[in-house]
Write a protein that binds this ligand. Structure first.
Ligand SMILES: [Zn+2]
Length: 113
């Protein structure tokens, strides 16, 4: 199988940034069978996580994978959900900002564009 070196770069980026919010491992995957092609990415949520997985929707990833700025901002947004899983409230925005997530990517509706 061909190795996606671009995805590998995003994995390294996520790993480095994750140190700001967790000591647990973080992986990045692409779900080629995502039902919700209009969503960009989500954080797999577990009740007692031993690791975290950021999952990009396949279609979105294919369209935007060379837009490193956009994908890195989305990774930062998803990492903020480790601390604030459910909302995009003031607490979430604060965490996202600390990670380095640009202002417009701190809100869910901006991720899909
Ligand atoms: Zn979100």
């Amino acid at each position: 199988m061909k190795v996606d070196t671009t995805l590998e770069k995003y994995r390294q980026f996520a790993k480095r940034k994750a140190l700001l919010v967790t000591t647990k491992p973080v992986d990045v995957k692409v779900n080629k069978n995502a039902h919700t092609e209009n969503s960009s990415a989500h954080m797999l949520k577990y009740t007692n996580p031993i690791h975290y997985v950021i999952v990009f929707s396949g279609g979105f990833y294919t369209r935007h994978k060379n837009n490193h700025y956009k994908l890195q901002e989305i990774i930062e947004h998803e990492l903020a959900h480790i601390k604030e899983p459910y909302e995009h409230d003031a607490g979430f925005v604060r965490v996202a900002k600390n990670i380095g997530c640009a202002r417009r990517y701190r809100y869910a509706q901006e991720l899909k564009k």
